[in-house]
Design a binder for this molecule. Sequence first.
Ligand code: AMP
Length: 292
Amino acid sequence: MLIFKKVDDLTDWWDVQIRAGRTIGFVPTMGALHQGHLSLVKRASKVCDLVVCSIFVNPAQFNDPKDFEAYPQPIERDIQQLLDSKCEVLFLPSVNEMYPSDLPDYPKMRLGNLALTLEGKFRPGHFDGMVKAVERLLRIVRPHHLFMGRKDYQQALIVGKLIEKRKFNIQLHTCPTERNAGGLALSSRNVRLSLNGQIKALKIPQTLAGLRKKISAEGKLNAARAAVLLDPYVQQFAYEKDFKLEYLEIRRADDLEELDNHSVPAAKLVILIAVWLEGIRLIDNMPVDPKA
Ligand code: AMP
């Protein structure tokens, strides 16, 4: 595996590969790699000739400085995991390499309500930082295919919008969420949970699965009916003092718009949750459509 820290080195490599007619798949990450990240690398290696993975812990997308400081950065372990996978290039830029002082600002992009709701509401500025980093990385890496996790559902939709608005010739693949045996979505933040916390956190996938079953049984849903289904779950989180629920919502799967008084087919809905446990913010989601 090649490790590039400089944009110019990656560009030289890119020129050679493109001249040889190879397709490039890209997996951007913030490191602290786990099987979720590696599943994206695996998927990319099936679709593309070459896989580039980046590790960049983007300070701009942490609205909470404490979260940034606590974010795990086990770089040696990450490199070892990538060596064992089918990744050809690791791009490991510094903040200066990503954002040199002479880098012109990209034209502001209007993301609308999609970036203001749910994560956007509870983490102001988060998506601006994420979009800034992803756009910069896409302009550097210039992949044919981009692989992102459905675990960050809203993020994947926003990146899809970025690609569309900028007219990038990149195919986005949104890949399934990898979970542990109990159903908890793998995440770089989970490793900070105590053993007891990891057991308690199973309530998150259990809630999503329970709701999904109920929504499927209804067949379709409007806002009033969604509120009725959500209520007992929201109450349960309120009773358990270890949890602090930020949101538990049922939204339209394609644009994350809220439901209104029109009924929407169950298969076009997604359930999303953000909750604090042991001082760690955990997010997860489940599309109601089992084929999604
Ligand atoms: P992060 O390093 O958390 O920014 O994540 C990098 C990429 O990995 C994003 O596209 C995430 O959605 C994806 N990802 C994170 N956790 C998982 C998971 N459990 N399963 C699949 N993809 C994931």
